[in-house]
Ligand binder design. Structure first.
Ligand code: BT5
Length: 326
C-alpha cells in the first residue's frame, strides 16, 4: 500500500470508529499531517462514494460507505495471514486472471489477490466469456504456488468449489450445489464459476491462479443471455436482499486460505466428502460431454484425483475433463 493510500485508509478508519463528528484538527494531530492534507483525502473519499458531511465548527462525519471492494474496504478487514496480504484492486481490467498470471510470472508472492469492480474480458474455460458487470459481482484471482504433483492440480478447482458452496450455504443460507468441475448452481441456475489456470514444468507447478467470479447483486436484467445452456442467477436474485460484497470477499479469502493450507498439508481426502455433500445430481442420471463423446449414466462421485465417476450399465467410467449437460 502506498503512503497516500495508507493515510486515506487511516482517515477512513477514524471516521468509521467515530461515534460523532471528528474535527479536522484531531485527525491532523493523530496522523501528523496538515489539515489541508486531511481535507484532500476527505475529498478523495467522497469521490470514491463515501458520504461525508462536514461542518466548519464540528468537523467530519461519515454517513454512508459505498459497496466497494477497494483496498480501504478490504485491507483493514482481512482475517488472513497470506491471502490478500498483497491486494491489488482495479476499477476496470480485462481479466483478473490475466493480470494475476502476469504478476505471478514476475514473482508475486503466494496469496497475492487481484480484484476488480468490472472485467471487460472476463474469462471462462475454453475461451468462453464471463460476464462481469461493474460493481455487481465479485471478480478476483489468487496466486498460489502449490508444491504438489502436477497431475493433482485439478483437485484445486474442487477445493475452491467446496469452499464457495460451503460459505454460500452456511453463511448466506443459499442452497448452492457444485456442478462438476467448476460451476456453482442455485436452483439449476449458475451463480458462480471458477477458472484455475496454471504454469508448470513436467514435474513441478510454478504457480496457479485461482480465478473466482460470483454474481452478487446483479438484478436479473443485468445478464445478457448469450448462452441458453446456462440460466444465470445472483445472490440478490435468490435472497432478495443486497449483499455486502467486501464482507463476502474477506470471508471467502479467510475460508479459502484455511482450506488451501489443509489441502497442501493433508491432501484432497478431507475435501472429497465435503465436495460430494454439495455435488449436483449425485446418484442421479446425468449426461456428460467430453472432447470426443457424450455419455449418459449415474454420477456416483469423484475419485482421489478429482475425476468424475460415472456408472453406465453397471460399469464404472472415469472422466477427467468434460462438462455435465443440464
Ligand atoms: C467459468 O467458466 O465458469 C469460469 C468463470 C471464472 C470467472 C472468474 S472472474 C475472476 C477471474 N478472472 C477471469 O477472467 N475469470 C475468472 P465456464 O465453465 O467456461 O463458463 C462460462 C459460461 O458461463 C459462459 O459461456 C456462459 O454460458 C456462462 N456465463 C458467463 N458469464 C456468466 C455469469 N456472470 N453468470 C452466469 N453464467 C455466466
Amino acid at each position: 500500500m502506498s503512503n497516500a493510500m495508507n493515510t486515506k485508509s487511516l482517515i477512513l478508519q477514524q471516521l468509521k470508529n467515530a461515534t460523532d463528528y471528528i474535527s479536522g484538527e484531531e485527525i491532523s494531530n493523530q496522523l501528523n499531517i496538515s489539515r489541508t492534507a486531511v481535507w484532500k483525502h476527505i475529498q478523495e473519499l467522497k469521490k470514491a462514494g463515501y458520504n461525508i458531511n462536514s461542518y466548519t465548527k464540528k468537523g467530519y462525519i461519515l454517513t454512508s460507505s459505498p459497496d466497494s471492494i477497494a483496498n480501504e474496504e478490504i485491507t483493514p478487514n482481512l482475517k488472513t495471514a497470506q491471502f490478500g496480504s498483497s491486494y491489488i484492486y482495479h476499477h476496470s481490467i480485462d481479466s483478473t486472471n490475466i493480470s494475476a498470471k502476469f504478476l505471478a510470472e514476475q514473482g508475486a508472492k503466494e496469496g497475492t489477490v487481484v480484484s476488480a469492480e468490472e472485467q471487460t474480458k472476463g474469462k471462462g474455460r475454453l475461451g468462453r466469456l464471463w460476464q462481469s458487470p461493474v460493481g455487481q459481482g465479485l471478480y478476483f484471482s489468487i496466486i498460489v504456488r502449490p508444491q504438489i504433483p502436477v497431475y493433482l492440480a485439478p483437485q484445486i478447482t474442487l477445493v475452491v468449489a467446496s469452499v464457495i458452496a460451503k460459505v454460500l450455504n452456511e453463511k448466506y443460507n443459499l442452497h448452492a450445489v457444485i456442478k462438476w468441475p467448476n460451476d456453482i448452481l442455485v436452483d439449476s441456475k449458475k451463480l458462480a464459476g471458477i477458472l484455475v489456470e496454471m504454469s508448470s514444468d513436467i514435474d513441478r507447478i510454478n504457480y496457479a491462479v485461482l480465478g473466482i467470479g460470483i454474481n452478487v447483486n446483479n438484478p436479473e436484467a443485468a445478464f445478457t443471455k448469450t448462452d441458453t445452456k446456462y440460466q444465470p442467477t445472483s445472490m440478490f436474485n435468490e435472497l432478495k436482499t443486497k449483499i455486502n460484497r467486501s464482507e463476502l470477499l474477506t470471508t471467502l479469502l479467510a475460508e479459502l486460505e484455511i482450506a488451501y493450507h489443509t489441502f497442501i498439508e493433508s491432501g484432497f481426502n478431507t475435501f472429497k466428502p465435503i465436495w460430494e455433500s454439495y455435488a449436483f445430481s449425485i446418484n442421479k442420471q446425468i449426461q456428460v460431454t467430453t472432447a470426443n463423446q457424450s455419455l449418459t449414466g449415474t454420477l456416483t462421485g469423484i475419485d482421489e484425483s478429482g475425476a468424475l465417476l460415472l456408472e453406465i450399465n453397471g460399469e464404472k467410467h472415469t472422466i477427467h475433463s468434460g462438462e455435465i449437460i443440464l
